[in-house]
Ligand binder design. Sequence first.
Ligand SMILES: [Ca+2]
Ligand SMILES: [Ca+2]
Length: 212
Amino acid sequence: MHRRGKLCLGTVAAAGAGALVFGQAAAAQPAADKQVVHADVDGDGSTEPVTVRKVDDATQVIRFVLPRGPVETTAPANYSVLQPPRVTDVNRDGAAEIAVITTAGANTDHFQLFKHDPAIGVVAVQSGGQPFTFHEGGGATARLGYQCEDPGKGPMLRTVRAQYDSSTGKFDGTTSWWVFSGNSTGEWTKAPFQDLPGDDPALNLDPGTCAP
Ligand SMILES: [Ca+2]
Ligand SMILES: [Ca+2]
């Protein structure tokens, strides 16, 4: 689990709402910074090295070292400390998707998913023509998270985003289920909720469920 303990009360209204506090030390960090994991990105039964390397203050390179040679793509890198990418298989097809942090706020990490496409190389999973982005964290005033599950309609990624309501002491928000097809994903359905206590399982999703 990667979760920051710093609280930023009152500033994180919602992920992506402009309340992010970017790593202020980014400019002073060495440009070269790399993480390596092993994942079966092509689904052939054996793992390949997967590297994520921060190449400048705002850019990272995601590289899959396949037997026929490396393939790579670039992605935003709005963080000060490069975290290991997470190996997932969100659609349970045996080929791994790699969840990479693209932005680390004070309380919330933003992830994108990268997968192997034989005709292209490394692609960011898309949603509505944009890289699909999901979140984890939230601090004291919000909850954001994800897990993988099959609600009887095939494998899906479930996401949650909720806000703390200080008048009730509970959380209000929405859970969405995402279905993957090819290089894209779409929202299969979503369900609003209200007045959930902070320890409700629906607010505390388990990202470990997405492991291959
Ligand atoms: Ca492989
Ligand atoms: Ca997969």
